[in-house]
Design a protein around this ligand. Structure first.
Ligand code: SF4
Ligand code: SF4
Ligand code: SF4
Length: 149
């Protein structure tokens, strides 16, 4: 008898999990309470599991999703200082790398994690960046990319 395994798309998760495999419990979660609890409305269901979408907003590490989850998938004791992704500026797409003034990403970054050289050539400071994602959706050139860890 052959066995079939469902392929799960790599996801950005709320920063309160122990193991990524814990999100398999989301499949049995009827309420999906974390979705409603998130004040930024960034949580979505992907492959029957909760995941983060940076299209409009980012994560504030506010704890609300962890407080709402009754399945033990998201817990305060597993809170992380960074999301499971890296945020990268693509110099070929970024207009501030082409001598055009733009501070859209820097304006929304509360961590001050984007270093400009004078007015141009922004680079993300990996030490400071929490991968919160707020800069992703505001970029007019779609130059900020997300690499899942
Ligand atoms: S409330 Fe918990 S178990 Fe339910 S979808 Fe959200 S993270 Fe998954
Ligand atoms: S920590 Fe807050 S902002 Fe981040 S996903 Fe959870 S509820 Fe949303
Ligand atoms: S550079 Fe990092 S900390 Fe700053 S807004 Fe972007 S993802 Fe958040």
């Amino acid at each position: 008898m052959s066995r079939f395994f469902k392929r799960v798309t790599p996801s950005i998760f709320p920063p309160y999990f122990n193991s990524k495999s814990d999100f398999d419990k989301c499949v049995q979660c009827a309420s999906k309470d974390c979705i409603q609890a998130c004040p930024e409305s960034i949580l979505v269901i992907q492959d029957d599991r909760v995941a983060i979408n940076f299209a409009n907003r980012g994560c504030t590490f506010c704890d609300e999703c962890a407080l709402a989850c009754e399945m033990g998938v998201l817990t305060l004791e597993n809170k992380k200082p960074k999301l499971n992704c890296e945020i990268i500026i693509n110099p070929k797409a970024c207009i501030a790398w082409q001598n055009t003034v733009c501070f859209s990403c820097q304006d929304v970054c509360i961590e001050r994690a984007i270093d400009f050289h004078g007015m141009f050539n922004p680079i993300i400071n990996e030490e400071k960046c929490t991968s919160c994602g707020f800069c992703v959706g505001v970029c007019p050139a779609d130059a900020i990319h997300v690499a899942i860890r």
